[in-house]
Ligand binder design. Structure first.
Ligand SMILES: [Zn+2]
Length: 61
């Protein structure tokens, strides 16, 4: 699928690892990728907090 480069705003394939016009890496950040990044963040953050909490309980008791 053709999308717009985030740097030079030229047409570029959303599967292209590099923009053929300006050479920027990952020229197109798809909505799917953005949602995946947020999902990973939203899952990883509470998990690490829970992990720290458990570690704290182990250390204190
Ligand atoms: Zn570009």
């Amino acid at each position: 699928m053709i999308a717009e480069c985030r740097e030079c705003h030229n047409d570029v394939s959303d599967a292209a690892p590099k923009c053929p016009h300006c050479g920027v890496r990952t020229p197109v950040i798809t909505r799917k990728k953005r949602i995946m990044t947020w999902l990973v963040f939203l899952i990883a953050l509470p998990l690490s907090l829970i992990g720290l909490f458990i570690l704290f309980l182990i250390l204190v008791t």
